[in-house]
Design a protein around this ligand. Structure first.
Ligand code: HEC
Length: 124
């Protein structure tokens, strides 16, 4: 009986989140910090970009693997230059992508560390 009461109390405190949900929230929180530190300078905190200089990324159609490669390698085109991020590790990139999905994609799926590592291995 005591145990059931305790379990009920703990549940009401932490809303009984699963391990996956907790991990997802950690990714989103960390990803927001990484985004602010590495991306918001150009694309702004709200992802809307800066006039003609930096594009809005809130409606980008890139898949998660394409996005992982873009973040790591950067891109130079006729219209703009996005620098590479050699210092960002797979975990950082996984968190940024998960944050972006959460924030702008209305997609609550975690893009995992393992998935990101596999993508980055292909471009090493
Ligand atoms: C120095 C400015 C700068 C920084 C910092 C920067 N970007 Fe970009 N980003 C750009 C520019 C410029 C483009 C357009 C490149 C082009 O025209 O090919 C772009 C394009 C993009 C796109 C759109 C790609 C598409 O085709 O839809 C995404 C998504 C993106 N950046 C995400 C990020 C993320 C995530 C970060 C942080 C890890 C980041 N950017 C950091 C300048 C920047």
């Amino acid at each position: 009986m005591k145990f059931i009461l305790l379990a009920a109390m703990v549940c009401s405190l932490v809303a009984c989140q699963s391990k996956e949900e907790i991990l997802h929230e950690q990714y989103v929180i960390e990803g927001r910090v990484q985004y602010e530190n590495n991306c918001a300078n150009c694309h702004q905190s709200n992802g809307e970009g800066l006039r003609n200089l930096y594009p809005s990324i809130t409606k980008s159609r890139l898949s998660a693997p394409e996005l992982a490669k873009l973040i790591k390698q950067g891109r130079k085109s006729a219209t703009g230059y996005m620098p590479a991020n050699p210092k960002l590790q797979a975990i950082d990139i996984a968190e940024i992508i998960t944050f972006m999905r959460h924030e702008w994609g209305k997609n609550e799926q975690t893009f995992s560390f393992d998935s990101t590592r596999i993508v980055l291995k292909q471009i090493d």
